[in-house]
Design a protein around this ligand. Structure first.
Ligand code: NAD
Length: 501
């Protein structure tokens, strides 16, 4: 629906209906490429939170979804995957318009979202229990049952893919959902909610509420009608989610920030390591929780590696993310742009050696958007702010090291523990380091990869729980123990109990 200014309007999705906010409020979501509006979005408030929770509650407590056979749920989830693939180009374009990631990455995200739905569609019947041997005439078994109403709060860096990662396991296990996308990037999450309906997932199972995190995200985390909150975002917001959800003892899973190391040893294939390291930091303009933001180079290869690395980084094509040839688009907002530039200033002030970028591109066209040049600091010390805090932009810290012990120590010396990469052809060293680095995801001779089959999540302050893989089913199920008395003798309070004392 077009507004009088020609901007497309998007409504909330509550109980299978596209509805305006109860207050009638809207906000404009902007293109990071031009800072012009790309959509007028209904702005959910507390009344809408209550409406959405009531709808999800009803769909869980009395609706067909939790009781539906695994095969029926599976069919509908595969259909969502098919619809995503059918509309791949249109959805990828919307994603790029709204979040500024390059179109090739957006196409990859739509495809990965479809794969995620297919993967969990295949696991709908896989939340099985166990039978437990008892010391007496009792039969004991467990059931895995859905947790209930789940609030899922997601960030702006992978608007569609994070929604798919959250919805996939929650739907497969029969839960109902209120999805809260980031205010900056609500469009594709709203569209995904519509595709779920189109695929036959019943009304009220997937509700989508764009709106301010501090108001409606917080209300969802506190709401007594919500059984679980699954959150992806900054570590500081994760702390607030824990506090807010404490009052109702919600199940909480968190995917938070990172400051991931990327370690290159002299025995690595250096050309591959250079190319992989560029990918690991500069894709999505550095706005990945798993971005390898600290590049540890062994001192013996430092100069050789840097010569090639800087030459290639200097040629990264920054520009319109809708152009196929572009390699790096803008960052999400002008505020984020300023924040990144203040990190750059601070790093220079603390003595890091700026070797590339560190500023906005000169071009007049790019000045309209939130572009920042690929930025590389050398001779960074691991205790500098730039090496400790999450910048969430195209900014890399290069830190030289002498030996395995020193690099493991530095790699682990941050509050985060999300991911790590090791470049080496020494098999023993690769396995030794993979075990020593305290992070949830380690890749060897490969920049960064998160397929749905493999568990994903963080050690330390990078999170709680594991998304993706079979492990994510555990986040969305409760274990129920059932015991049956097989004893023919009548139960005697004062006599011998069959077992259990
Ligand atoms: P953010 O924490 O600001 O916001 C994330 C979501 O939480 C948004 O929907 C926001 O509206 C909502 N929110 C904000 N304040 C809230 C509150 N008080 N209560 C409830 N909800 C609230 O994060 P962001 O800036 O959107 O995203 C970037 C961050 O996300 C980075 O730190 C990045 O590392 C992290 N991230 C982590 C992963 C992972 O899987 N570990 C993946 C992607 C992004």
């Amino acid at each position: 629906m077009a507004t009088e200014t020609g901007i497309k309007s998007y409504q909330l999705l509550i109980n299978g209906q596209s509805v305006p906010a109860a207050s009638g409020a809207t906000f404009d979501t902007l293109s990071p490429t031009t800072n012009e509006p790309v959509g007028r979005i209904a702005k959910a408030g507390i009344e809408d939170v209550n409406r959405a929770v009531a709808a999800a509650r009803e769909a869980f407590d009395h609706g067909p979804w939790p009781k539906m056979t695994p095969a029926e749920r599976s069919k509908r989830m595969h259909k969502v995957a098919d619809l995503l693939r059918e509309r791949l180009e249109e959805i990828a374009r919307l994603e790029t318009l709204n979040c500024g990631k390059i179109i090739i990455e957006s196409r990859g995200d739509v495809n990965a979202s479809a794969n995620c739905f297919d993967y969990y569609a295949n696991l709908t019947g896989h939340s099985w229990g166990e039978t437990i041997p008892m010391n007496g005439p009792l039969f004991d078994y467990t059931l895995r049952q859905p947790v209930g109403v789940c609030a899922q709060i997601i960030p702006w860096n992978f608007p569609l893919l994070m929604a798919a990662w959250k919805l996939g396991p929650a739907l497969a296990t029969g839960n109902t959902i209120i999805l809260k996308p980031a205010s900056a990037t609500p469009i594709t999450a709203l569209l995904l909610g519509q595709l779920c309906l189109e695929a036959g997932i019943p009304e009220g199972v997937v509700n989508v509420l764009p709106g301010p995190g501090a108001e409606i995200g917080a209300a969802l985390a506190e709401h007594p009608g919500v059984d679980k909150v699954a959150f992806t975002g900054e570590t500081e917001t994760g702390r607030q989610i824990i506090r807010l959800s404490a009052g109702t003892i919600k199940k909480v899973s968190l995917e938070l920030g990172g400051k991931s190391p990327n370690i290159v040893f002299p025995d690595a294939d250096l050309e591959e390591a250079v190319n992989g390291s560029l990918f690991a930091i500069f894709t999505n303009a550095g706005q990945r929780c798993t971005a390898r933001t600290r590049l540890f180079l062994h001192e013996s290869i430092h100069d050789k590696f840097m010569a090639d690395f800087l030459a290639k980084a200097g040629k990264i094509r920054v520009g319109d993310p809708l152009e196929d040839a572009t390699q790096m688009g803008p960052v999400i907002s002008s505020r984020q742009c300023q924040r990144i530039l203040s990190f750059v200033e601070r790093a220079s002030g603390e003595g890091a050696d700026l070797r590339l970028g560190g500023k906005r591109p000169e071009s007049d066209v790019l000045k309209k958007g939130n572009f920042i040049e690929p930025t590389i600091f050398d001779q960074v010390k691991n205790d500098m702010t730039i090496a400790q805090e999450e910048v969430f932009g195209p900014v890399l810290s290069v830190i030289p090291f002498k030996d395995d012990g020193e690099v493991v120590e530095m790699a682990n010396n941050v509050i985060y523990g999300l991911a790590a990469t090791i470049w080496t052809n020494d098999l023993k060293r690769a396995h030794r380091l993979a075990a020593s680095i305290r992070a949830g995801n380690v890749s060897i001779n490969y920049p960064t990869v998160n397929p749905p089959e493999a568990p994903f999540g963080g050690f330390k302050q990078s999170g709680i729980g594991r998304e993706l893989s079979r492990h994510a089913l555990d986040l969305y199920t409760e274990i129920k123990n059932v015991v049956i008395n097989l004893n023919d003798q009548p139960f005697d309070w004062y006599g011998n109990w069959p077992v259990g004392r």
